[in-house]
Design a protein around this ligand. Structure first.
Ligand code: PHB
Length: 385
């Protein structure tokens, strides 16, 4: 009798706690770069995320959203401390981050160990939806393999045979080049030299001299943010642009065109977004973003917006009860996410299965040329859920 009363009291208390938790604000920890070469990318992600939340009246799954922010500085050495601060000090319910692959891998490790929900709104580290995959980890962006692989096919079709690659020496650069090489060499091309420099370095001169001396048919590159601005300008200034065509994963020219000016004109890149999709969904997103922030959106804004959509889909299925992880995952797994890029679903490993567009820079836009790769799925190598 006594035991039954106690059990009942405990059950009532648990139910009351859950109800209270659902009524309380939902704390979202935004771990993004606010400084350094990726600062503008972090800001676009945050804008996109907040735009979607605002469109839902400030609530997801019936719960008001509260934000806690950390500047991760795109520094992997500080990543574990930063993410632990959000979880232990700030008690966030959900983690959102980040841009840099090395930082994101540290976040994924902690998320996996603690079971905290994590939405990755940019970083492409293949491992996040590969060996580190987990039921509570989702990506709204891409894997580094995806745009690279698509460009390997494009450049082979253009008839290029010998290509030099150049990138930052870290997970994103290495994996982007690896994806490119996989497709390019499968189609009969050859990567004759792989050049790199440490992240976030911008001393490109010696490497540009080496490209000029090697005389490849073309160059494939992964750079992003401030580094991409400088690389495109230096490539043109070195006189290489007219003789050795430059291609890249689309980050090379996304969110960077104002600063690159005419040096970016004509560049061909592959990415899961373009500026001129001209679909009703994208047009309304672009209008809302421009109105809210007096800025044009880019791929990072879209990825932030879609991270919020994915969280919203998960929370709606559990009426805001963030403890129901399996139901949240199931809801996102069966969803078609209504993205400005075009609707997409996620793979078993929780990475977007999406069209990769070939785009060409014209003025201040990455104009759509064609769909380079339809519904491209990352292979998710090493993922065991
Ligand atoms: C990454 O580190 O994964 C990364 C960073 C910036 C980008 C894309 C990928 O634009």
């Amino acid at each position: 009798m006594k035991f039954k009363t106690l059990a009942l009291a405990a059950a009532l208390l648990a139910a009351a706690n859950a109800a209270q938790a659902q009524g309380a604000k939902l704390k979202v920890g935004l771990m993004l770069p606010a400084t350094g070469t990726f600062a503008a990318l972090g800001s676009a992600i945050e804008n996109g995320f907040k735009l979607y939340v605002a469109e839902q009246g400030g609530k997801l799954g019936g719960r008001e959203i509260e934000f806690v922010k950390v500047d991760d500085e795109s520094d992997p050495a500080k990543a574990t401390d930063n993410v632990n601060k959000l979880i232990k000090r700030d008690n966030v319910d959900v983690l959102v981050g980040t841009v840099h692959s090395g930082v994101a891998m540290a976040m994924a490790k902690v998320a996996k160990d603690t079971g905290t929900l994590l939405f990755v709104p940019n970083a492409g580290a293949d491992a996040v939806t590969g060996p580190m995959c987990a039921p509570n980890i989702f990506r709204s962006s891409f894997s580094n393999w995806q745009p690279g692989y698509a460009m390997g096919e494009v450049m082979a079709k253009k008839g290029h045979k010998n290509v030099v690659t150049i990138t930052w020496k870290y997970a994103a650069g290495d994996e982007s080049v690896k994806g490119f090489k996989e497709a390019f060499e499968k189609a009969g091309g050859k990567v004759v030299k792989e050049l790199s420099l440490p992240f976030p370095g911008v001393e490109f001169q010696a490497l540009l001299t080496e490209i000029a001396a090697t005389k490849p048919d073309a160059v494939y590159t992964f750079f992003a943010g401030g580094g991409a601005v400088k690389f495109v300008k230096d490539y043109a200034a070195a006189g290489l642009k007219k003789n050795i065509p430059l291609y890249g994963a689309g980050f090379l020219t996304d969110g960077t065109l104002e600063a690159q000016g005419s040096d970016a004109d004509g560049l061909l890149t592959t990415l899961h977004y373009a500026d001129s999709l001209n679909t009703p969904r994208d047009n309304s997103f672009r209008l809302a973003y421009a109105k809210a922030y007096k800025l044009q959106p880019d791929v990072y804004a879209v990825q932030g917006y879609d991270a919020a959509q994915m969280l919203g889909i998960g929370l709606a299925a559990v009426k805001g009860d963030v403890s129901k992880k399996a139901e949240i995952a199931a809801a996102i797994e069966r969803a078609k996410i209504d993205s400005p890029r075009g609707a997409f679903s996620v793979s078993k490993a929780h990475n977007p299965v999406q069209d990769i567009y070939l785009r060409q820079v014209s003025g201040k836009e990455n104009k759509l040329v064609s769909v380079a790769s339809k519904a491209l799925a990352d292979p998710g190598r090493g993922c065991r859920m």
